[in-house]
Design a binder for this molecule. Structure first.
Ligand code: LLP
Length: 420
């Protein structure tokens, strides 16, 4: 359920016509619905209400300060994977003791920043990282609270690029080596072993993989406790899928219902969740304008002013995003490719899609773009990144202004030997 709906054939975000925003702010533009975002966050939060829990939004899904601040004020913590994300979370007013820090390649500088900030937990992904963190914490006179990220080797049945819980993936510590790794961690002076972390992949549309993975983790926690290693936090990661095109992922409530009995077996673990996509994905759309139409002997193209630099998911994962007109009208349907202006054949938003026959100059909306949309965008082809707008009820706010040509070259310089 989201608040992008038609009223009299005009697409609205909450009570604001999309056309009004596009005309004032320009295109391409990401538009988010505050009430949808909060609704999705609360659905996860409330599903786990029976447990002592913390919902840490995965900042990588959408890292705009206004989005983070909206969620933080509703009680969310944050799941971060870099110093930059930590900086953003702190700027958005997130309490450090609600921040968990994952990632296979944390640098010393990043770990120092996180230690000094007082983050709740480091999700440690290797023995080498554990040793480095121990040393660093010691040199700062601090103790690092740690959850080891354990890879349970289950198949999340999702796109290979976003599956992380298989033994061939680079993530986490193998479940078969976990006990040994925990024993080492427990001996380190500046490490406080506090939890277990798992995250098996993203856009998962069945409860099965979550349940299978968790069963293995619950067994592990029991074994750890039996040898005197106390586990206070169970971090379940993220990964719950959304509907892009008819998928029927479990609702947060059903997801919680499926795994709660397993968690209850542990009696008294604090649960952490790291949802990204399910919170922000359907709370955002990308709005673009048709620049040209073109028909070759092979196919029809609709060329729009948003490209793979704005939304890379179709090019990178062959991901499906629904495309709809901002103004609905009676007209024939045609099969087309919707493409951007980038100089790459891989620059498409939809391929061989049957869509209403768009006109030049018309606005269209690419749906389900609130997660991994703007946050994965780039300046490729020296395209200024899109503006971002947050709508709440009948008002809208520009939460990131469109980049200018000046911002494109910010920080670049021509060395003296090239200046005559
Ligand atoms: N926790 C960890 C440790 C993660 O690596 C991720 C996502 C999440 C939580 C959040 O997962 P979510 O609830 O959003 O599925 N760019 C890809 C998705 C990459 C996900 C990476 N990790 C896409 O556009 O589909």
């Amino acid at each position: 359920m989201n608040f992008f709906q038609y009223q009299d054939n005009e697409l609205y975000a909450e009570q604001v016509p999309i056309k009004e925003i596009a005309d004032k702010v320009g295109t391409p533009v990401y538009i988010y619905s505050y009430n949808t975002l909060l609704r999705h966050f609360r659905a996860v939060d409330e599903a786990f209400a029976p447990l002592d829990h913390l919902v840490c939004f995965a900042v990588k899904a959408n890292s705009n300060l206004a989005i983070l601040s909206s969620l933080a004020q509703a009680g969310a913590g944050m799941d971060i994977v870099s110093g930059g994300e930590l900086y953003r979370a702190l700027c958005a007013g997130v309490a450090p003791d609600k921040i968990v820090y994952a990632g296979v390649g944390k640098t010393a500088l990043e770990m120092e920043y996180a230690l000094k900030s007082g983050v709740l937990l480091f999700n440690v992904e290797s023995q080498a990282e554990l040793q480095a963190l121990n040393q660093l914490a010691g040199s700062l006179g601090l103790k690092a609270r740690v959850a080891l990220r354990v890879n349970p080797d289950v198949d999340p049945q999702t796109h290979p690029y976003i599956s992380t819980g298989l033994k061939k993936n680079k993530f986490g510590i193998s479940i078969n080596q976990a006990i040994e790794e925990y024993k080492v961690a427990a001996e380190l002076k500046n490490i406080q072993v506090a939890g277990v972390h798992k995250h098996i992949g993203s856009q998962i549309t069945e409860t099965g993989p979550f349940v299978d993975g968790l069963k293995k983790i619950v067994e592990l926690i029991k074994q750890l406790r039996a040898i005197g290693i106390d586990i206070e936090y169970l971090n379940l990661g993220g990964g719950l899928g959304i509907t892009y095109n008819g998928e029927t992922p479990p609702s947060p409530e059903n997801f919680a219902r499926a795994i709660m009995p397993l968690i209850n077996e542990l009696g008294g673990c604090k649960v952490i969740l790291e949802p990204g996509r399910v919170v922000a994905g359907n709370a955002g759309i990308l709005v673009a304008r048709v620049i040209y139409k073109k028909t070759t002997p092979a196919k029809g193209f609709v060329i729009v002013d948003a490209g793979m630099n704005d939304l890379i998911r179709p090019s990178l994962y062959n991901a499906y995003h629904k495309i709809v007109p901002v103004h609905k009208a009676e007209r024939p349907e045609v099969e087309v490719d919707v493409v951007g202006p980038i100089c790459e054949s891989g620059d498409f938003l939809a391929q061989q899609r049957v869509l209403p026959e768009f006109r030049e100059g018309e606005l269209l909306a690419i749906l389900s773009a609130g997660s991994y949309g703007f946050s994965m965008s780039s300046n490729y082809n020296s395209r200024p990144r899109a503006a971002e707008v947050l709508v709440r009820d009948d008002k809208y706010y520009v939460i990131r202004r469109r980049e200018s040509y000046e911002t494109l070259i910010q920080g670049e310089s021509i060395p003296p030997f090239l200046q005559s």
